[in-house]
Design a protein around this ligand. Structure first.
Ligand SMILES: *Cc1c(COP(=O)(O)O)cnc(C)c1O
Length: 353
């Protein structure tokens, strides 16, 4: 498929190619039937790089300037089980750069698997130099620590490139999700299908704001429902709105994003970021058993749990056509092995009663 040129402003942002795009849109017929809706999944978990995921599209734009500047080392900070960190290291390998990563203690979890398996195992396998940072909710301090490290590398004669994810830096990665929105529109038009709503995870908000900005700049007015995976809806709403407006500007457009165009729900967020609940466990199990679709406890399982909750509450109407954005994250399943096994045992004892 030849991509249409719905977002000419994207061409001003340097980009490297890291993933297989376009990713497929699959119908999830069995799960949709069970929920009483028509359900499709945009398979960004299938974009090819080191188990894939949404950060591949973001990194294509974060690392465009690094490649242009001839950087030799990539630096990034993230949670212990960060998919972003794993994929940034993978990308650096593909581009011939070294990686220095800072892992933040964001989830109160002393489970040895959480601290060694899943993405941490992959970071090690990919050859990253790993540093630890004791706080998980202080973006500014984490960024400052990373910048100080980059300064030390500069003094050693290296050419570091820091991937800044803090709110005070431009949402460069959102360009990847603006492109994804345009890609979806191309595909849906070719399929002769048009969903009523998009359901997407809302974490740092880069994915959500990029998709929203890209859709609106391309003239696609579909409601985009963000499921909060990290912060409560009040805080997240402001974050997505701010980021989406910044992303629109970066696309060279003056389209308005009114406050009520930013939709976020935190109904399935408790007890907090990266922590399982029954709705998430049920969503992961349902997707696996009806569709052989692998979701994870931190992001995609929670997003599917939010989708199911909105169907059951009537917020998504019976018979609606829903596009679920699958953002990857599968490797984290192995870091949550014991909790997942316990939830499965509990769910099966409930369903036998
Ligand atoms: C990071 C991540 C998200 C959230 O994306 P943001 O751009 O941070 O909002 C969703 N799903 C997966 C698998 C992720 O790794």
């Amino acid at each position: 498929m030849i991509p249409s040129n719905r977002l000419p402003g994207l061409a001003h942002h340097p980009r490297v190619h890291l993933g297989h795009h376009p990713t497929p849109i699959d119908e999830l017929a069995r799960l949709g039937e069970e929920l009483g809706i028509t359900l499709w999944a945009k398979r960004d978990d299938c974009n090819g790089l080191a188990f894939g995921g949404n950060k591949v599209r973001q990194l294509e734009y974060y690392l465009g300037p690094a490649a242009e500047a001839g950087a030799d080392t990539m630096l990034i900070t993230g949670a212990l089980q960060s998919n972003f960190v794993r994929l940034a290291v993978a990308s650096a390998n593909k581009l011939g750069m070294q990686s220095e990563v800072q892992l933040e203690e964001r989830v109160p979890d002393t489970d040895p698997l959480y601290r060694s398996s899943g993405n941490i195992l992959l970071d090690q396998l990919l050859g990253a130099t790993i540093h630890y940072f004791p706080e998980g909710e202080n973006e500014a301090a984490a960024d400052a620590s990373l910048d100080a490290h980059a300064d030390r590398l500069r003094q050693e004669g290296r050419k570091p490139h820091v991937i800044h994810l803090g709110i005070d830096h431009p949402p460069i990665g959102a360009m990847g999700y603006a492109a994804a929105a345009a890609e979806c529109l191309d595909q849906l038009e070719a399929m002769g299908q048009m969903p009523d709503v998009v359901v997407i995870p809302s974490g740092s908000a880069i994915t959500h704001c990029g998709f929203l900005a890209g859709a609106r700049v391309a003239g696609w007015d579909i409601p985009i429902l963000g499921v909060c995976v990290r912060r409560g809806a009040d805080v997240q709403h402001g974050r997505v709105a701010r980021r989406a407006r910044e992303a629109v500007q970066m696309l060279g457009s003056d389209v308005e994003i009114p406050d009520d165009d930013v939709i976020v729900t935190d109904d399935v967020l408790a007890p907090g970021y990266g922590r399982m609940n029954d709705a998430v466990a049920e969503a992961i199990r349902l997707a696996a058993q009806r569709e052989a679709l692998m979701l994870d406890p931190v992001y995609t399982g929670r997003t599917m749990a939010g989708l199911i909750h909105m169907v059951r509450s009537g917020e998504i109407k019976p018979g609606a056509k829903v596009l679920f954005i699958h953002t990857g994250g599968g490797p984290a399943l192995f870091a949550y092995q014991d909790k997942m096994a316990a939830s499965l045992a509990e769910l099966s004892s409930v369903s036998k009663q």
